[in-house]
Design a protein around this ligand. Structure first.
Ligand code: ADP
Length: 496
């Protein structure tokens, strides 16, 4: 089996075998044969056409998922251990095709092959993590005031609609499907319109892994497809990752349809605070990696780096040196560690925000321009002297643009860190543990990292405060979002 110890074999021209909707364990055309092109962001040219699910196609997929969830269906009769076995098989198949899936990802998303290769394995491991939960979630027996014997059952919530963004497509497939499957739910998955290829490759393994028809369905398409899923009365829950703007729309549609349950993982404008006594090389490295990884297209990137005044200039020099080392280019070329931005829309937005930073008085230390003539490449960019009122300080840039702010005191930096409607992640570098913990307690963020950035683990709850989201993914807590709790109370003959 391919895996950690195998030699990666990138293929810049992988065969695209699957482009259709996947419903009831079969690949099918969309209504009227409708398709849309998927674009290679390294060149700006079309890779292939993908079937586009209409609201009627979404209806078909949801109906399949509803049948698969019906009382007495093969899926409803599975034990947790049986579901786990199917999930492990799915993970095995993903790992066996690691080279091919990673190649498809680099082609479709533009991320460097080494990163795509790692993420495919990561997705398989995430499925295995959740497979472990399948037979370990159980209810309670509850002492009740009226003397009843009360027991609680955790029952799968039903059909789950899953809507994902384009920045980590394979990890998203795992993060959305796996907890739902472990809980015994059925799934209708809509990948991002920019990156459907790897999700559809995973669809091709579903039958072989042993899942009954209708348990996992895929409906590629645009926002309209997602909206049809969100408004559907037979969908019991939506799990969404994407922009805060669309998060608002999803919550509204959930409220207007059937009060479906919603978990949201949304945007961020995450602060990273570096005190005078910090290990500055370590801090600069983590700030750089956190921001520039995946071409800056990460929801929890440290987009506001606050550096205490005494070490400010030294930190800026280190940050610039690291940005200049970045190798930007074709994701299939070994050594390249920054690929293109995902599409022309985000590319234009990033360049526009860079211009606004310059106009509003931030100091452009390096970068700031488009790279090359084809594709959507942006120079690694560093701004110093950024102040809180600038557009680049407030808006999510979602590109390779580092903004460095100056601060003096703990109280000041807590206030400035929290002065945002986002609350996804935060970080602090200092050798003073009291200072670190004081900051960690005060900052409004779902994850706080001390003397490191981006310690994201399957076991650790991840999600946002405020408008960065609702609910948590990963860790034990995340399983609860896939269950309804039922209390069953039995009258006992006598009190004891
Ligand atoms: P990003 O800015 O990261 O592209 P979006 O929030 O725009 O994030 O998109 C994330 C996902 O949400 C994509 O799969 C997209 O097609 C989907 N989407 C966009 N608009 C809607 C909508 N109104 N309802 C449901 N899903 C939507």
């Amino acid at each position: 089996m391919a895996g950690l110890d195998s030699t990666p074999k990138p293929d810049p021209t992988p065969k695209v075998l699957y482009t259709k909707l996947f419903i009831d364990n079969e690949f099918v055309d969309a209504e009227g044969g409708k398709t849309f092109p998927t674009i290679n962001p390294s060149t700006g040219t079309k890779i292939i056409d993908i079937s586009e699910a209409s609201p009627a196609d979404v209806d078909k997929a949801v109906a399949a998922a509803k049948r698969a969830f019906a009382r007495g269906s093969p899926w409803r009769l599975t034990s947790g251990a049986q579901r786990a076995a199917m999930m492990h098989k799915l993970a095995d198949l993903i790992v066996q095709h690691q080279d091919e899936i990673a190649s498809l990802e680099s082609l479709d998303n533009g991320k460097p092959f080494a990163n795509a290769y790692g993420e495919v394995l990561n997705a398989a491991e995430l499925i295995r993590y959740y497979a472990g939960w399948a037979d370990k979630v159980h209810g309670l027996t509850v002492p009740s005031d009226d003397g009843s014997f009360c027991l609680t059952r955790k029952e799968p919530i039903g059909v789950v609609g899953q809507i994902t963004p384009w920045n980590y497509p394979m990890v998203m497939v795992a993060l959305k499907l796996a907890p739902a499957l472990a809980a015994g739910c059925t799934c209708v998955f809509k990948p991002a319109e920019q990156t459907s290829l790897t999700a559809l490759r995973v669809a091709s393994f579903v039958k072989e892994a042993g899942f009954p028809p209708g348990v996992i369905n895929f409906v590629p398409g645009f926002g309209q497809t997602g909206a049809a899923l969100t408004a559907h009365k037979d969908v019991a829950k939506i799990s969404f990752t994407g922009s805060t703007e669309v998060g608002h729309l999803i919550l509204k549609a959930a409220g207007e349809s059937n009060l479906k349950r919603v978990t949201l993982e949304l945007g961020g404008k995450s602060p990273l605070v570096i005190f005078n006594d910090a290990d500055l090389d370590l801090a600069a490295q983590h700030a750089h990696e956190g921001l520039f990884h995946n071409a800056g297209q990460t929801c929890c990137a440290p987009t506001r780096v606050f550096v205490q005044s005494k070490v400010y200039d030294e930190f800026v020099k280190k940050a610039v040196a690291l940005a200049l080392e970045k190798k930007v280019g074709d994701p299939f070329v070994p050594g390249v560690n920054q690929g293109p931005q995902i599409d022309t829309e985000t590319f234009d937005k990033i360049l526009g925000l860079i211009e606004s930073g310059k106009k509003e008085g931030a100091k452009l230390e390096t970068g700031g321009k488009r790279l090359g003539k084809a594709g959507y490449f942006v120079e690694p960019t560093v701004f110093s002297n950024v102040t809180d009122n600038m557009q680049i300080a407030k808006e999510e840039i979602f590109g390779p643009v580092q903004s460095i702010f100056k601060f003096e005191t703990l109280e000041e930096v807590i206030e400035r860190s929290n002065d945002t409607h986002y609350g996804l992640a935060a970080g602090v570098f200092t050798k003073n543990i009291d200072l670190a913990l004081e900051y960690a307690k005060a900052v409004e963020a779902g994850s706080v990292w001390i003397n490191q950035w981006s310690s994201i683990n399957f076991q650790t709850p991840f999600g946002g405060f405020k408008e960065s989201g609702i609910g948590r993914e990963m860790g034990e807590e995340s399983m609860n979002h896939y269950f309804e709790t039922k209390s069953i109370s039995i009258r006992l003959p006598t009190r004891s």
